[in-house]
Write a protein that binds this ligand. Structure first.
Ligand code: ZN
Ligand code: ZN
Length: 236
């Protein structure tokens, strides 16, 4: 497809042929995914059966054969996380059992047997111990990766919820939609706001609300800040 690089421009993950979205960071590519309204290359959101809008600006869009849905990426991360979790659940007991058995055989071979029998038995125990250790290592890596992917999936889900909520989203609502604890949602949304991925507002009642980052508003704010800074300079 036109406009899809082999490696993601943001995170350098390889993009499989025929795909228009980076599996690493979720960035969407391809000229056919350019929104006629906001001109961004974006995913679409299904608002009704077969009716789609731009995930960024909510203008009506048609969905091409390789136009990703906005919720695809969070689901893909969740699936990968689950796969790694299952892998770790299999490898922990298998690796642990093998390592324990290997260690026992090795110790018995050393303590009770002599000569060639001792070497033979210890050798078998040693190989089992090493294989078990590799299994435990794989299990640990898979568990760590599952946790990391789970966190990223939650971030995606939180961002989606914020994008979909008109007038901003409270932490409690976001937690409910992403199915995480309010504490977790709070911590993750704070981090997302710091990274500039969502915007934090306080309404008149003092309630914190997260909303989508409005590039125009933020640019304006920046200009105002700069103007202010220059004004101060002039006064000096
Ligand atoms: Zn990427
Ligand atoms: Zn758009």
């Amino acid at each position: 497809m036109e406009g899809v690089p082999q490696r993601c421009e943001l995170c350098e993950t390889r993009i499989p042929p025929g795909r228009a979205r980076c599996p690493g960071c979720g960035k969407v590519y391809g000229e056919e995914n350019r929104c006629p309204a906001c001109h961004g290359i974006t995913a679409v959101r299904e608002v009704d059966r077969g009716r789609y809008v731009c995930a960024a600006c909510s203008a009506p869009r048609t969905r091409g054969p390789r136009t990703p849905l906005d919720s695809d990426f969070a689901q893909e991360l969740s699936r990968k996380s689950l796969r790694n979790r299952v892998l770790s659940y299999v490898f922990f007991p298998v690796g642990g059992g093998l390592a324990a058995m290997g260690a026992t055989i090795l110790a018995m071979g050393q303590a009770w047997l002599e000569g060639a029998w001792s070497a033979f038995t210890s050798g078998i125990g040693g190989v089992m111990l090493a294989t078990g250790a590799v299994g435990l290592y794989v299990a640990t890596r898979a568990m760590r990766s599952a946790k990391e992917l789970r966190g990223r999936a939650t971030d995606q889900q939180l961002k989606l919820s914020v994008q979909r909520a008109e007038g901003g989203l409270t932490v409690a609502d976001a937690a409910m939609e992403a199915r995480v604890s309010a504490q977790d949602a709070d911590a993750r949304l704070t981090a997302l706001a710091k990274a500039g991925e969502v915007h934090l507002d306080v309404d008149e009642a003092g309630t914190l609300r997260y909303r989508v980052v409005d590039p125009d508003a933020d640019a304006l704010e920046q200009v105002e800040l700069e103007a202010e800074a220059m004004g101060l300079e002039r006064e000096r």
